[in-house]
Design a protein around this ligand. Structure first.
Ligand code: BES
Ligand code: MG
Ligand code: ZN
Length: 475
Protein backbone atom coordinates (compact mmCIF):
# COMPACT_ATOMS: atom_id res chain seq x y z
CA UNK A 1 0.00 0.00 0.00
CA UNK A 2 1.33 3.44 -0.93
CA UNK A 3 2.19 5.69 2.04
CA UNK A 4 -0.13 8.65 2.59
CA UNK A 5 1.25 12.14 3.07
CA UNK A 6 -0.59 14.02 5.82
CA UNK A 7 0.01 17.19 7.82
CA UNK A 8 0.07 15.88 11.40
CA UNK A 9 -0.09 12.65 13.41
CA UNK A 10 -3.20 10.60 12.65
CA UNK A 11 -5.34 9.93 15.75
CA UNK A 12 -5.57 6.18 15.44
CA UNK A 13 -1.90 5.41 14.80
CA UNK A 14 0.12 4.42 17.81
CA UNK A 15 3.52 3.67 16.34
CA UNK A 16 5.61 6.70 15.39
CA UNK A 17 8.91 6.30 13.53
CA UNK A 18 11.02 9.28 14.39
CA UNK A 19 14.41 9.94 12.77
CA UNK A 20 16.29 12.54 14.82
CA UNK A 21 19.71 14.10 14.97
CA UNK A 22 20.56 13.95 18.66
CA UNK A 23 23.26 16.58 18.24
CA UNK A 24 20.56 19.07 17.25
CA UNK A 25 17.87 19.02 19.93
CA UNK A 26 16.02 21.78 18.05
CA UNK A 27 15.28 19.15 15.37
CA UNK A 28 13.37 17.01 17.84
CA UNK A 29 9.63 17.73 18.11
CA UNK A 30 9.08 19.75 21.34
CA UNK A 31 6.61 17.49 23.16
CA UNK A 32 9.06 14.60 23.25
CA UNK A 33 12.38 16.46 23.59
CA UNK A 34 12.72 15.66 27.29
CA UNK A 35 12.00 11.96 26.78
CA UNK A 36 14.62 11.70 24.03
CA UNK A 37 17.44 12.92 26.31
CA UNK A 38 18.25 9.45 27.60
CA UNK A 39 18.90 8.00 24.13
CA UNK A 40 22.45 7.43 22.86
CA UNK A 41 23.55 7.80 19.26
CA UNK A 42 24.60 4.24 18.50
CA UNK A 43 21.41 2.50 19.48
CA UNK A 44 19.72 0.90 16.50
CA UNK A 45 16.23 1.78 17.54
CA UNK A 46 15.11 3.15 20.89
CA UNK A 47 11.51 2.73 21.81
CA UNK A 48 9.62 4.66 24.46
CA UNK A 49 6.00 5.28 25.27
CA UNK A 50 4.57 8.74 25.73
CA UNK A 51 0.90 9.72 25.83
CA UNK A 52 -0.32 6.31 24.60
CA UNK A 53 2.01 6.42 21.63
CA UNK A 54 5.02 4.21 20.99
CA UNK A 55 7.94 6.20 19.61
CA UNK A 56 10.65 4.38 17.67
CA UNK A 57 13.67 6.63 17.48
CA UNK A 58 16.25 6.37 14.68
CA UNK A 59 19.44 8.26 15.48
CA UNK A 60 20.59 9.73 12.20
CA UNK A 61 23.99 11.04 13.36
CA UNK A 62 26.83 9.91 11.07
CA UNK A 63 24.99 7.03 9.48
CA UNK A 64 25.24 5.81 5.94
CA UNK A 65 22.19 4.95 3.86
CA UNK A 66 22.34 1.25 4.60
CA UNK A 67 22.62 1.72 8.37
CA UNK A 68 19.67 4.13 8.37
CA UNK A 69 17.59 1.81 6.24
CA UNK A 70 18.38 -1.21 8.41
CA UNK A 71 17.54 0.81 11.58
CA UNK A 72 14.22 1.78 9.99
CA UNK A 73 13.46 -1.88 9.21
CA UNK A 74 14.17 -2.83 12.84
CA UNK A 75 11.94 -0.02 14.13
CA UNK A 76 9.08 -0.73 11.73
CA UNK A 77 9.16 -4.45 12.52
CA UNK A 78 8.62 -3.61 16.20
CA UNK A 79 5.19 -2.26 15.25
CA UNK A 80 4.27 -5.86 14.46
CA UNK A 81 2.33 -5.23 11.28
CA UNK A 82 0.31 -2.38 12.79
CA UNK A 83 -0.03 0.98 11.01
CA UNK A 84 2.98 3.29 11.39
CA UNK A 85 3.47 7.01 11.05
CA UNK A 86 6.81 8.50 9.99
CA UNK A 87 7.53 11.97 11.38
CA UNK A 88 10.17 13.70 9.26
CA UNK A 89 10.08 17.04 11.09
CA UNK A 90 13.70 16.95 12.19
CA UNK A 91 15.25 15.60 8.98
CA UNK A 92 13.01 16.91 6.17
CA UNK A 93 15.86 18.73 4.43
CA UNK A 94 18.12 15.69 4.26
CA UNK A 95 16.91 13.75 1.25
CA UNK A 96 19.23 10.81 1.92
CA UNK A 97 17.85 10.32 5.44
CA UNK A 98 14.26 10.78 4.32
CA UNK A 99 14.73 8.21 1.56
CA UNK A 100 16.54 5.67 3.72
CA UNK A 101 13.93 5.80 6.49
CA UNK A 102 10.91 5.48 4.19
CA UNK A 103 12.78 2.77 2.28
CA UNK A 104 13.34 0.69 5.41
CA UNK A 105 9.70 1.07 6.49
CA UNK A 106 8.47 -0.07 3.07
CA UNK A 107 10.79 -3.09 3.05
CA UNK A 108 9.98 -4.12 6.61
CA UNK A 109 6.94 -6.23 5.74
CA UNK A 110 8.90 -8.56 3.42
CA UNK A 111 7.69 -12.10 3.99
CA UNK A 112 10.66 -14.46 4.32
CA UNK A 113 8.48 -17.50 5.10
CA UNK A 114 7.99 -18.43 1.45
CA UNK A 115 7.52 -22.15 1.94
CA UNK A 116 5.76 -22.40 5.28
CA UNK A 117 2.44 -24.16 4.92
CA UNK A 118 0.73 -22.00 7.49
CA UNK A 119 0.40 -18.86 5.44
CA UNK A 120 1.15 -15.63 7.24
CA UNK A 121 -1.65 -13.14 6.82
CA UNK A 122 -0.61 -10.85 3.99
CA UNK A 123 0.30 -7.74 5.89
CA UNK A 124 -0.47 -4.69 3.83
CA UNK A 125 0.87 -2.26 6.33
CA UNK A 126 -0.57 1.25 6.42
CA UNK A 127 2.08 3.96 6.43
CA UNK A 128 1.52 7.68 6.79
CA UNK A 129 4.14 10.43 6.64
CA UNK A 130 4.28 14.02 7.87
CA UNK A 131 6.85 16.72 8.54
CA UNK A 132 8.45 17.26 5.12
CA UNK A 133 8.21 20.75 3.66
CA UNK A 134 8.09 19.83 -0.02
CA UNK A 135 5.23 17.51 -0.86
CA UNK A 136 6.42 17.38 -4.48
CA UNK A 137 9.81 15.93 -3.60
CA UNK A 138 8.26 13.55 -1.09
CA UNK A 139 5.73 12.26 -3.63
CA UNK A 140 8.54 11.59 -6.13
CA UNK A 141 10.61 9.81 -3.48
CA UNK A 142 7.63 7.65 -2.50
CA UNK A 143 6.76 6.77 -6.12
CA UNK A 144 10.31 5.62 -6.88
CA UNK A 145 10.80 3.80 -3.61
CA UNK A 146 7.53 1.95 -4.02
CA UNK A 147 8.72 0.48 -7.32
CA UNK A 148 12.19 -0.11 -5.97
CA UNK A 149 10.89 -2.02 -2.98
CA UNK A 150 8.63 -4.13 -5.22
CA UNK A 151 11.73 -4.87 -7.31
CA UNK A 152 13.79 -5.72 -4.23
CA UNK A 153 11.13 -8.10 -2.97
CA UNK A 154 11.33 -9.91 -6.31
CA UNK A 155 15.12 -10.04 -5.98
CA UNK A 156 14.88 -11.44 -2.46
CA UNK A 157 12.30 -14.07 -3.42
CA UNK A 158 14.60 -15.29 -6.21
CA UNK A 159 17.65 -15.47 -3.94
CA UNK A 160 15.80 -17.01 -1.00
CA UNK A 161 14.23 -19.72 -3.16
CA UNK A 162 16.08 -23.03 -2.79
CA UNK A 163 17.34 -24.67 -5.97
CA UNK A 164 14.62 -27.33 -6.04
CA UNK A 165 11.96 -24.63 -6.06
CA UNK A 166 13.59 -22.46 -8.70
CA UNK A 167 15.12 -24.28 -11.65
CA UNK A 168 16.56 -22.31 -14.58
CA UNK A 169 13.33 -22.96 -16.53
CA UNK A 170 11.18 -21.74 -13.64
CA UNK A 171 13.36 -18.68 -13.18
CA UNK A 172 13.11 -17.84 -16.90
CA UNK A 173 9.31 -18.25 -16.75
CA UNK A 174 9.07 -15.98 -13.74
CA UNK A 175 11.07 -13.32 -15.60
CA UNK A 176 8.83 -13.55 -18.67
CA UNK A 177 5.61 -13.49 -16.64
CA UNK A 178 6.74 -10.46 -14.65
CA UNK A 179 8.37 -8.34 -17.35
CA UNK A 180 6.24 -8.96 -20.46
CA UNK A 181 3.20 -7.13 -19.02
CA UNK A 182 5.47 -4.10 -18.51
CA UNK A 183 6.21 -3.93 -22.24
CA UNK A 184 9.63 -5.61 -22.07
CA UNK A 185 10.45 -8.16 -24.76
CA UNK A 186 11.65 -11.42 -23.23
CA UNK A 187 13.29 -14.19 -25.29
CA UNK A 188 14.20 -17.50 -23.68
CA UNK A 189 16.68 -19.87 -25.34
CA UNK A 190 16.39 -23.54 -24.37
CA UNK A 191 18.94 -26.33 -24.83
CA UNK A 192 18.54 -26.67 -28.61
CA UNK A 193 18.94 -22.94 -29.22
CA UNK A 194 21.98 -22.83 -26.94
CA UNK A 195 23.56 -25.49 -29.15
CA UNK A 196 22.53 -23.76 -32.37
CA UNK A 197 23.88 -20.40 -31.22
CA UNK A 198 27.07 -21.88 -29.81
CA UNK A 199 26.66 -20.77 -26.19
CA UNK A 200 29.18 -23.45 -25.35
CA UNK A 201 30.53 -22.21 -22.03
CA UNK A 202 27.01 -22.10 -20.53
CA UNK A 203 26.34 -25.59 -21.94
CA UNK A 204 29.59 -26.84 -20.42
CA UNK A 205 28.62 -25.70 -16.92
CA UNK A 206 25.19 -27.29 -17.41
CA UNK A 207 26.56 -30.74 -18.33
CA UNK A 208 26.41 -32.16 -14.80
CA UNK A 209 22.80 -31.13 -14.31
CA UNK A 210 19.42 -32.82 -14.73
CA UNK A 211 17.82 -29.43 -15.43
CA UNK A 212 18.51 -27.77 -18.78
CA UNK A 213 20.03 -24.29 -18.85
CA UNK A 214 18.29 -21.15 -20.06
CA UNK A 215 19.61 -17.98 -21.66
CA UNK A 216 17.20 -15.09 -21.13
CA UNK A 217 17.35 -11.88 -23.17
CA UNK A 218 15.26 -8.90 -22.05
CA UNK A 219 14.83 -5.81 -24.20
CA UNK A 220 13.37 -2.54 -22.93
CA UNK A 221 13.07 0.15 -25.57
CA UNK A 222 12.16 3.72 -24.63
CA UNK A 223 9.32 5.28 -26.62
CA UNK A 224 9.92 8.53 -28.48
CA UNK A 225 12.45 9.63 -31.06
CA UNK A 226 14.81 11.64 -28.84
CA UNK A 227 18.43 10.47 -28.87
CA UNK A 228 19.08 7.96 -26.14
CA UNK A 229 21.82 5.80 -24.71
CA UNK A 230 21.79 2.02 -24.67
CA UNK A 231 22.73 0.13 -21.50
CA UNK A 232 23.59 -3.58 -21.35
CA UNK A 233 23.13 -5.55 -18.11
CA UNK A 234 24.28 -9.12 -17.49
CA UNK A 235 23.72 -11.20 -14.36
CA UNK A 236 25.23 -14.51 -13.21
CA UNK A 237 22.32 -16.89 -12.70
CA UNK A 238 23.68 -20.04 -11.04
CA UNK A 239 20.63 -21.51 -9.30
CA UNK A 240 22.94 -23.66 -7.15
CA UNK A 241 26.72 -23.92 -7.04
CA UNK A 242 27.98 -27.26 -5.74
CA UNK A 243 31.38 -26.45 -7.21
CA UNK A 244 30.94 -29.33 -9.67
CA UNK A 245 33.66 -32.01 -9.67
CA UNK A 246 35.85 -29.45 -7.83
CA UNK A 247 33.30 -29.89 -5.05
CA UNK A 248 32.80 -27.24 -2.38
CA UNK A 249 33.06 -28.15 1.32
CA UNK A 250 29.64 -29.06 2.69
CA UNK A 251 29.39 -26.98 5.88
CA UNK A 252 27.93 -23.86 4.31
CA UNK A 253 27.16 -25.18 0.86
CA UNK A 254 23.45 -24.48 1.32
CA UNK A 255 24.21 -20.78 0.99
CA UNK A 256 25.01 -21.44 -2.64
CA UNK A 257 21.31 -21.28 -3.49
CA UNK A 258 22.10 -17.57 -3.57
CA UNK A 259 24.53 -17.83 -6.50
CA UNK A 260 22.04 -16.12 -8.81
CA UNK A 261 22.30 -12.82 -6.93
CA UNK A 262 23.59 -11.03 -10.04
CA UNK A 263 20.76 -12.35 -12.20
CA UNK A 264 18.21 -11.45 -9.52
CA UNK A 265 19.61 -7.91 -9.36
CA UNK A 266 19.31 -7.57 -13.15
CA UNK A 267 15.76 -8.96 -13.09
CA UNK A 268 14.76 -6.53 -10.31
CA UNK A 269 16.35 -3.62 -12.16
CA UNK A 270 14.44 -4.52 -15.34
CA UNK A 271 11.22 -4.60 -13.33
CA UNK A 272 11.93 -1.12 -12.03
CA UNK A 273 12.86 0.12 -15.50
CA UNK A 274 9.63 -1.35 -16.90
CA UNK A 275 7.67 0.51 -14.22
CA UNK A 276 9.50 3.84 -14.43
CA UNK A 277 10.00 3.87 -18.22
CA UNK A 278 13.16 5.98 -18.56
CA UNK A 279 14.40 7.47 -21.86
CA UNK A 280 17.21 4.94 -22.04
CA UNK A 281 17.25 1.65 -23.94
CA UNK A 282 18.22 -1.32 -21.82
CA UNK A 283 19.08 -4.85 -22.91
CA UNK A 284 19.63 -7.45 -20.21
CA UNK A 285 20.96 -11.00 -20.37
CA UNK A 286 20.74 -13.77 -17.80
CA UNK A 287 22.56 -17.07 -18.43
CA UNK A 288 21.15 -19.52 -15.90
CA UNK A 289 21.96 -23.11 -14.86
CA UNK A 290 22.97 -24.95 -11.73
CA UNK A 291 26.56 -26.15 -11.31
CA UNK A 292 26.15 -29.80 -10.39
CA UNK A 293 27.96 -33.11 -10.35
CA UNK A 294 26.93 -35.82 -12.78
CA UNK A 295 28.53 -38.45 -14.95
CA UNK A 296 28.59 -35.98 -17.83
CA UNK A 297 29.89 -33.04 -15.78
CA UNK A 298 32.99 -31.20 -17.00
CA UNK A 299 36.18 -32.21 -15.25
CA UNK A 300 39.20 -30.21 -14.15
CA UNK A 301 41.52 -29.88 -17.13
CA UNK A 302 38.77 -30.06 -19.76
CA UNK A 303 38.99 -27.59 -22.61
CA UNK A 304 35.67 -26.05 -23.65
CA UNK A 305 34.50 -23.67 -26.37
CA UNK A 306 32.57 -20.45 -25.87
CA UNK A 307 30.24 -18.11 -27.76
CA UNK A 308 33.17 -15.76 -28.45
CA UNK A 309 35.04 -18.55 -30.23
CA UNK A 310 37.79 -18.57 -27.60
CA UNK A 311 38.74 -21.88 -26.00
CA UNK A 312 38.89 -22.14 -22.20
CA UNK A 313 40.87 -24.58 -20.08
CA UNK A 314 38.69 -25.34 -17.05
CA UNK A 315 41.16 -25.97 -14.23
CA UNK A 316 38.54 -25.64 -11.52
CA UNK A 317 34.88 -26.40 -12.15
CA UNK A 318 33.97 -24.19 -9.18
CA UNK A 319 35.04 -21.13 -11.17
CA UNK A 320 31.84 -21.53 -13.20
CA UNK A 321 30.35 -18.06 -12.86
CA UNK A 322 32.97 -16.56 -15.15
CA UNK A 323 32.18 -19.24 -17.76
CA UNK A 324 28.47 -18.44 -18.01
CA UNK A 325 29.24 -14.73 -17.88
CA UNK A 326 31.77 -15.11 -20.70
CA UNK A 327 28.93 -16.25 -22.95
CA UNK A 328 26.53 -13.59 -21.65
CA UNK A 329 29.06 -10.80 -22.21
CA UNK A 330 30.19 -12.06 -25.63
CA UNK A 331 26.58 -12.46 -26.80
CA UNK A 332 25.77 -8.91 -25.72
CA UNK A 333 28.86 -7.46 -27.41
CA UNK A 334 28.30 -9.32 -30.68
CA UNK A 335 24.55 -8.72 -31.02
CA UNK A 336 23.94 -5.31 -29.41
CA UNK A 337 25.67 -1.98 -29.65
CA UNK A 338 25.68 -0.67 -26.10
CA UNK A 339 27.07 2.61 -24.73
CA UNK A 340 27.46 1.17 -21.24
CA UNK A 341 27.87 -2.39 -20.09
CA UNK A 342 27.51 -3.70 -16.54
CA UNK A 343 27.66 -7.23 -15.22
CA UNK A 344 26.78 -8.29 -11.70
CA UNK A 345 27.83 -11.60 -10.18
CA UNK A 346 28.32 -13.41 -6.91
CA UNK A 347 31.68 -14.29 -8.42
CA UNK A 348 34.38 -14.86 -5.82
CA UNK A 349 35.02 -15.60 -2.16
CA UNK A 350 38.11 -13.46 -2.69
CA UNK A 351 36.04 -10.23 -2.80
CA UNK A 352 34.52 -11.13 0.58
CA UNK A 353 38.01 -11.44 2.04
CA UNK A 354 39.08 -8.15 0.44
CA UNK A 355 36.14 -5.90 1.32
CA UNK A 356 34.09 -7.72 3.94
CA UNK A 357 30.32 -7.47 3.82
CA UNK A 358 29.89 -3.74 3.27
CA UNK A 359 30.64 -3.17 -0.37
CA UNK A 360 30.65 -4.81 -3.77
CA UNK A 361 33.95 -4.82 -5.66
CA UNK A 362 33.80 -2.55 -8.69
CA UNK A 363 36.09 -3.32 -11.62
CA UNK A 364 36.46 -1.04 -14.63
CA UNK A 365 39.18 0.57 -16.68
CA UNK A 366 36.83 3.49 -17.28
CA UNK A 367 37.69 5.93 -14.46
CA UNK A 368 34.81 8.31 -15.18
CA UNK A 369 32.30 5.49 -14.97
CA UNK A 370 33.86 4.21 -11.77
CA UNK A 371 33.80 7.67 -10.16
CA UNK A 372 30.20 8.19 -11.22
CA UNK A 373 29.04 4.88 -9.74
CA UNK A 374 31.01 5.45 -6.54
CA UNK A 375 29.29 8.81 -6.08
CA UNK A 376 25.83 7.43 -6.83
CA UNK A 377 26.29 4.48 -4.51
CA UNK A 378 26.81 6.86 -1.59
CA UNK A 379 23.15 7.81 -1.87
CA UNK A 380 21.86 4.28 -2.17
CA UNK A 381 21.81 1.20 -0.05
CA UNK A 382 24.22 -0.49 -2.48
CA UNK A 383 27.80 0.52 -1.74
CA UNK A 384 30.57 -0.22 -4.23
CA UNK A 385 34.34 0.17 -3.94
CA UNK A 386 36.90 0.41 -6.79
CA UNK A 387 39.35 -2.42 -7.42
CA UNK A 388 42.35 -2.42 -9.79
CA UNK A 389 42.29 -3.75 -13.36
CA UNK A 390 45.98 -3.58 -14.31
CA UNK A 391 46.94 -5.83 -17.18
CA UNK A 392 49.70 -7.55 -15.18
CA UNK A 393 46.97 -9.53 -13.44
CA UNK A 394 45.92 -11.06 -16.77
CA UNK A 395 49.25 -12.91 -17.01
CA UNK A 396 47.93 -15.34 -14.43
CA UNK A 397 45.06 -16.40 -16.69
CA UNK A 398 47.20 -17.46 -19.67
CA UNK A 399 46.82 -21.11 -20.64
CA UNK A 400 49.37 -23.26 -22.41
CA UNK A 401 46.92 -25.46 -24.27
CA UNK A 402 43.90 -23.18 -24.72
CA UNK A 403 43.27 -19.45 -25.29
CA UNK A 404 42.65 -18.75 -21.61
CA UNK A 405 42.25 -20.69 -18.35
CA UNK A 406 39.55 -20.16 -15.75
CA UNK A 407 41.82 -20.31 -12.70
CA UNK A 408 44.74 -18.08 -11.80
CA UNK A 409 48.17 -19.65 -11.35
CA UNK A 410 48.48 -18.31 -7.80
CA UNK A 411 45.78 -18.29 -5.11
CA UNK A 412 45.99 -14.53 -4.63
CA UNK A 413 43.94 -11.57 -5.90
CA UNK A 414 41.19 -13.99 -6.98
CA UNK A 415 38.53 -11.32 -7.47
CA UNK A 416 40.84 -9.33 -9.75
CA UNK A 417 41.98 -12.28 -11.85
CA UNK A 418 38.31 -13.27 -12.25
CA UNK A 419 37.57 -9.77 -13.55
CA UNK A 420 40.53 -10.03 -15.96
CA UNK A 421 39.09 -13.32 -17.23
CA UNK A 422 35.77 -11.59 -17.99
CA UNK A 423 37.60 -8.77 -19.75
CA UNK A 424 38.68 -11.24 -22.43
CA UNK A 425 35.02 -11.51 -23.50
CA UNK A 426 33.89 -7.86 -23.67
CA UNK A 427 35.54 -6.98 -26.97
CA UNK A 428 37.38 -3.93 -25.52
CA UNK A 429 34.09 -2.28 -24.57
CA UNK A 430 35.03 1.27 -23.51
CA UNK A 431 32.44 1.54 -20.71
CA UNK A 432 32.26 -1.89 -19.10
CA UNK A 433 32.01 -2.32 -15.35
CA UNK A 434 31.96 -5.58 -13.42
CA UNK A 435 30.45 -5.71 -9.92
CA UNK A 436 31.43 -8.66 -7.73
CA UNK A 437 28.49 -8.83 -5.31
CA UNK A 438 29.38 -12.13 -3.57
CA UNK A 439 29.49 -10.43 -0.15
CA UNK A 440 26.45 -8.20 -0.42
CA UNK A 441 23.68 -10.03 -2.30
CA UNK A 442 23.05 -12.50 0.50
CA UNK A 443 23.79 -12.05 4.19
CA UNK A 444 22.68 -10.84 7.55
CA UNK A 445 19.72 -8.50 7.54
CA UNK A 446 17.03 -7.37 9.96
CA UNK A 447 14.52 -9.10 7.66
CA UNK A 448 15.44 -12.60 8.83
CA UNK A 449 17.11 -14.51 11.65
CA UNK A 450 19.08 -16.48 9.05
CA UNK A 451 21.20 -15.17 6.18
CA UNK A 452 18.92 -14.10 3.36
CA UNK A 453 18.69 -12.18 0.11
CA UNK A 454 19.28 -8.49 0.70
CA UNK A 455 17.64 -7.00 -2.38
CA UNK A 456 20.96 -5.62 -3.62
CA UNK A 457 20.95 -4.06 -7.10
CA UNK A 458 17.83 -2.28 -8.35
CA UNK A 459 18.51 0.90 -6.34
CA UNK A 460 22.00 1.52 -7.68
CA UNK A 461 21.18 0.45 -11.25
CA UNK A 462 18.15 2.74 -11.23
CA UNK A 463 20.19 5.74 -10.01
CA UNK A 464 22.72 4.99 -12.75
CA UNK A 465 20.06 4.76 -15.47
CA UNK A 466 18.55 8.08 -14.30
CA UNK A 467 22.00 9.65 -14.42
CA UNK A 468 22.59 8.41 -17.96
CA UNK A 469 19.15 9.67 -19.01
CA UNK A 470 19.76 13.16 -17.63
CA UNK A 471 23.26 13.37 -19.14
CA UNK A 472 21.71 12.95 -22.61
CA UNK A 473 19.05 15.57 -21.87
CA UNK A 474 21.66 18.13 -20.75
CA UNK A 475 23.56 17.92 -24.06
N1 BES B 1 29.76 -18.74 -6.25
C1 BES B 1 31.12 -18.74 -5.91
C2 BES B 1 31.59 -17.46 -5.24
C3 BES B 1 30.98 -17.14 -3.90
C4 BES B 1 31.68 -17.44 -2.75
C5 BES B 1 29.78 -16.49 -3.80
C6 BES B 1 31.15 -17.10 -1.52
C7 BES B 1 29.25 -16.17 -2.57
C8 BES B 1 29.93 -16.46 -1.43
C9 BES B 1 31.97 -18.96 -7.15
O1 BES B 1 31.42 -19.69 -8.17
C10 BES B 1 33.19 -19.71 -6.72
O2 BES B 1 33.04 -20.84 -6.35
N2 BES B 1 34.34 -19.08 -6.77
C11 BES B 1 35.56 -19.67 -6.38
C12 BES B 1 36.55 -19.41 -7.49
C13 BES B 1 37.83 -20.18 -7.35
C14 BES B 1 37.59 -21.65 -7.58
C15 BES B 1 38.81 -19.64 -8.34
C16 BES B 1 36.01 -19.03 -5.08
O3 BES B 1 35.84 -17.82 -4.94
O4 BES B 1 36.47 -19.73 -4.21
MG1 MG C 1 31.74 -21.77 -7.99
ZN1 ZN D 1 29.35 -19.65 -8.26
Amino acid sequence: MKPRIISSYPDAVQHIILPVNLKKPSSIPKPIRAAVKSVTADEECSTFILDHRVYHLICTDNKDYKALMYNAITCAKKANGKAIHIDLTGVGRHEKIVKAVIHGCLLSDYNIHLYQTKKVKKASRRISISGMESGVILRKIIAELTHQVEAQKLVMDIINAPSNKLTPAQFAQKIARTLKPLGIKVSIFGHKQLEQKGLLALLAVNRGSEDPARFVVMEYRAVGKSPKKHVGLIGKGITFDTGGISLKPSDSMHYMKSDLGGAAAVFGAMYMIGKQKPQVDVTAIIPTTDNSIGTRAIKPGDVIGSYSGKTIEVLNTDAEGRLVLADGLAYMCKNYKTDYLMDLATLTGSIVRALGYHAAGMFSKNRALQTQLLKLSDHTYEQVWPMPMWDQYAQQMKSEIADIKNLATKPVAGAITAAKFLEAFVDDHPAWVHLDIAAVAFGESPLSKEKCGTGWGPGLIWEWIKNIESSVRKK
